[in-house]
Design a protein around this ligand. Structure first.
Ligand SMILES: [Zn+2]
Length: 319
């Protein structure tokens, strides 16, 4: 119920308040200034450094070989006294190699001793980033992905020019329409009945992984109607007493997750196998074991996710 709780609870991607978008008047030579920090993406992967079991975003302040391959740049914003720029790199058609881009660049970074970093999947490393780094990385990933996939004006059909201001929004030079990065709202809900909670898994989940049920909010829906529809569609359960718990930006590719709890009216499940692979009722005691990693058949949603947060809170009788 308390929106301000999230930061302290260490939900990944949520500590974004300190990112401010103040665009400088002169966007020329962004590479020459020492207060400018440059982070890199390639094929959706982020350049990070591994230190023991932790990861850190790799920032460059001086030009190196990677800068020759930049094909898209966005200004993320100012964090403390750093101006952070996000770059995507691609080797284009000129480079002749049998390697894919990520392997090509990872190899180059190592060989040229540019940094002890490599491109990695944010989805697999975010829990090992600091809250601050996960929050910056989350925005950066959504933003660069949106820029790379939205390259034509949907009003007049003109191809977007590479902007010189590196702003979040894109303006069509022909018809002047302005586009803002898109956010997709999603509900994620822990459905409970007495001492049991409903957990399920999608077809694309890693092996053994179970989570709370979730779904996109459709046009005209409120959080409540979307939740009622999703749960009924996926498992045939009617729910009531829907309560908002917390929320989390989710950069895969760019959602805002609304975390809720709801009470089930009926227990019998009618699983729609097109929507999900499996779902079942788990007791508080059993779920505790799963969360402690003491169940060999089930893995709960990872730490740092809103699903994990909901499951843990329920087990601790805090929601
Ligand atoms: Zn246009």
């Amino acid at each position: 119920m308390n929106l301000f709780m999230t930061n302290k609870l260490n939900l990944s991607f949520t500590d974004t308040e300190k990112v401010t978008k103040i665009y400088s008047n002169s966007s020329k030579n962004i590479f020459g200034k020492s207060e400018n920090y440059h982070m890199f993406f390639c094929e959706g992967l982020i350049l990070t450094k591994k230190i023991k079991s932790k990861f850190k975003i790799t920032y460059f302040r001086k030009k190196n070989l990677l800068f020759h391959y930049i094909n898209k740049t966005v200004f993320l914003g100012k964090v403390e006294d750093k101006n952070i720029f996000i770059h995507n790199i691609s080797f284009g058609e000129k480079t002749k190699t049998s390697l894919n881009q990520v392997k090509f660049f990872n190899k180059k970074i190592k060989k040229e001793e540019i940094s002890r970093s490599s491109f990695s999947d944010l989805r697999t490393i975010f829990a090992n980033l600091s809250l601050k780094d996960s929050s910056i990385a989350g925005i950066a990933k959504s933003l660069i992905n949106w820029k790379l996939t939205n390259t034509f004006c949907t009003k007049c059909g003109e191809k977007f020019a590479n902007p010189i201001n590196f702003k979040w929004e894109t303006q069509c030079i022909a018809c002047k329409k302005i586009y803002f990065p898109r956010i997709d709202p999603v509900i994620i809900v822990i459905v409970v009945k007495g001492n049991k909670a409903l957990i399920g898994r999608s077809h694309h989940f890693p092996k053994k992984l179970y989570s709370c049920l979730a779904g996109f909010i459709e046009l005209g829906e409120t959080l409540e109607t979307a939740t009622r529809r999703e749960i009924l569609e996926e498992v045939g359960v009617y729910i009531n007493n829907i309560k908002f718990i917390t929320n989390q930006p989710w950069p895969f590719p760019s959602s805002l997750m609304f975390g809720l709890i709801a009470k089930a009216k009926n227990k019998k499940l009618k699983i729609d196998k097109n929507e999900i692979e499996d779902a079942f009722w788990i007791s508080k005691q059993e779920l505790k074991q799963v969360l402690y990693g003491k169940n060999n058949n089930i893995i709960a949603a990872r730490k740092g996710t809103i699903a994990r947060f909901l499951l843990e809170k329920w087990v601790k009788n805090e929601i």
